[in-house]
Design a protein around this ligand. Structure first.
Ligand code: UAG
Ligand code: ATP
Length: 526
């Protein structure tokens, strides 16, 4: 790879497929001119990507039509980086014919639609010999994936994971670009996990991933749905389309069985309309469900719970992160494992620090309610990735139950993304906090002051919290600390694990966790 930084995890020993085989299996045609290439059908591709910047020698470059550009426009870069062939649609073939790449070009009417299966063929991942778990829902997918990985570790199983925060396989970890990788990246990851002898794999599945064919070619053993609330309306247009995208995961072409939290009407709908067998979880006492969860104790340091299910299945455990919803996330992960035949006794035996509340699940979820100064006498500062009205409500409700002092909440909103959720974010934030600081998040191409004004308008309508506006997040962090008293809790929602701030198309280095650490140090609180 001639000194270029790797942008995705690939298998060490590629599997490969020849173009003749791909042409036959996917009913592809060679574009005009490619038949003339001496070895077109025999040529082997060893990897696949849809991003010209990620091409490695011997790859098939999938040149797909995008919202802004056509991938065929980047064919020259793909070729320069060593692509062995191109897969595209008729429009792409036309662009390539004009430009002339000298590479064999395979044409499909719907290249995105077949890319998952094509990737599975190239990486040999169709029948991967590991239990594959998928998690969908609006909030908490990353948390459930990390809980799954931790519980699998306790059960003595080697696990790989893919989440919004990172992709992890064996000792290799890489920051994620998307919540759910595009199909070529996903299958490369699965192939690498196989090489690392992963026995189980936990994947976060976004609604985008389902409708954009990112998970095609993968058959999940167990999928789970946790909750549903407003997000991504910029992409899906309305809540029903967003819901349908998630519901589509519960189909035999994607998964064998499912676990569904039925606390909400949307959850009950998934349970009713699922096309695969599902088992259900309720957290409300007396609600109709196969599994029931009860929170047995909680404070700012974590939550203890008892889970009961069919056939006398029981589990008592603790999670070192506050909030009832974290108990729910843990319960969901436990039931998924149970459904895959991984018994509770086996998991419990691998947990340390068992007391009468059960075993401690020592999960670390990067940037999710992450306590930057977990002990000490000053105010406690948490950094979180929540960026939906639903996640704000869950966190602030949880804090109302466990915080001893005041709640100081700071957040900003994404530019160029679902603008319709902003007023509601402001309203919920101002309802659930004592002091609210509105700052900038990723303004992207929008005017940051205008985004703040929309958030503040929502906050003012709620009228509870004392309001502050400080665009610069670094200054806002310091403002929050200066306003806090011992016993108060500061919660900074939005950036979570991220290490950049996106402004006008540029990613500027910014880590909320590092910034908070530095500011706490300056204030003598760390
Ligand atoms: C709306 C959406 O999903 N957009 C995705 C889409 O972009 P696009 O169609 O606009 O692509 P484009 O920029 O027009 O480029 C066309 C093609 O040229 C390729 N290209 C482009 C530039 C280049 O130099 N070389 C190159 O090969 C691109 O890979 C693409 O295939 O295809 C790109 C390539 O795969 C994705 O990176 C991009 O995701 C963007 C970054 C994104 O932010 N997506 C979000 C909305 C998303 O998918 N989010 C979900 C949910 C998150 C959650 O719930 O938290 C997720 O799973 O992450
Ligand atoms: N079960 C839950 N219900 C509601 N909110 C939750 C739940 N679990 C976590 N959250 C809140 O949502 C935030 C985001 O959590 P997490 O990153 O796990 O969700 P996600 O679905 O993976 O989101 P994304 O795909 O955007 O990363 C958390 O930091 C927490 O504030």
């Amino acid at each position: 790879m001639s000194g270029q930084a790797e942008t995705s995890i690939r298998p060490r020993a590629p599997h490969g497929a020849d173009l003749g085989r791909l042409r036959e299996r996917f009913a592809l045609a060679f574009a005009d001119g490619a038949d003339g290439l001496v070895d077109a059908a025999e040529r082997e591709v060893r990897g696949v990507t849809l991003d010209s910047r990620d091409v490695r020698a011997g790859d098939l470059y999938a040149a797909l039509p995008g919202e802004r550009r056509h991938g065929a426009e980047f064919a020259a870069q793909a070729r320069e980086r060593g692509a062995a062939a191109i897969l595209t649609d008729p429009a792409g073939a036309e662009l390539l014919r004009e430009a002339g790449t000298g590479l064999p070009v395979l044409v499909s009417e719907d290249p995105r639609g077949i890319l998952g299966e094509v990737s599975a063929e190239i990486y040999g991942t169709a029948g991967i010999d590991a239990a594959v778990f998928g998690v969908t829902g609006t909030n908490g997918k990353t948390s459930v994936v990390y809980l799954l990985a931790e519980l699998l570790r306790a059960a003595g199983l080697r696990a790989g994971l893919s989440s919004t925060a990172e992709r992890r396989v064996g000792d290799t970890a890489m920051t994620s670009g998307l919540t759910s990788p595009e199909a070529p990246e996903l299958h490369a990851l699965l192939a690498r996990m196989r090489e690392e002898r992963a026995e189980a794999i936990a994947l976060e599945v976004s609604a985008h991933a389902v409708v954009r064919h990112r998970i095609d070619g993968v058959r999940f053993d167990v999928v789970a749905f946790n909750n549903f609330s407003q997000d991504h309306l910029d992409d899906f247009g309305d809540m029903e389309s967003y819901f349908q995208a998630k519901l589509a995961l519960f189909a035999p072409e994607h998964a064998r069985r499912g676990v569904v939290v039925v606390d909400s009407a949307h959850g009950r709908r998934v349970a009713r309309e699922s096309r695969i067998p599902v088992t259900t979880l309720a957290t409300e006492y007396g609600a109709e469900a196969d599994w029931h969860l009860a929170v047995t104790a909680q404070d700012i340091d974590g939550v203890a719970f008892a889970l009961q299910g069919p056939g006398g299945a029981r589990f008592r455990g603790r999670v070192p992160v506050f909030g009832r919803f974290m108990a729910e996330n843990a319960a969901l992960a436990l039931i998924m494992l149970h459904e895959a035949g991984i018994g509770f006794e086996r998991i419990a035996a691998g947990l340390e620090g068992t007391d009468r509340q059960g075993g401690l699940i020592p999960v670390y979820i990067p940037g999710r309610l992450e306590a930057i100064n977990p002990s000490g006498s000053g105010p406690r500062f948490y950094v979180d990735y929540g960026h939906t009205p639903g996640s704000f409500a869950a966190m602030l409700d949880a804090l109302a139950e466990v915080a001893e002092g005041r709640v100081i909440f700071m957040f900003g909103a994404d530019g160029d993304r679902d603008t319709s959720k902003r007023a509601e974010m402001g309203r919920i934030a101002a309802t659930g906090s004592d002091i609210l600081i509105v700052c900038d998040y990723h303004p992207r191409s929008e005017d940051p002051a205008a985004i703040r004004a929309q958030l503040l308008a929502g906050a003012r309508a709620a009228g509870r919290a004392e309001l502050y506006e400080e665009g610069d997040p670094r200054a806002a962090v310091r403002l929050a600390i200066s306003l806090a008293r011992p016993g108060d809790v500061i919660l900074y929602a939005g950036p979570g694990h991220e290490d950049y701030q996106e402004v006008e198309g540029r990613k500027l280095p910014y880590s909320a966790r590092d910034e908070v650490r530095a500011a706490l140090r300056e204030a003598g609180l760390l």
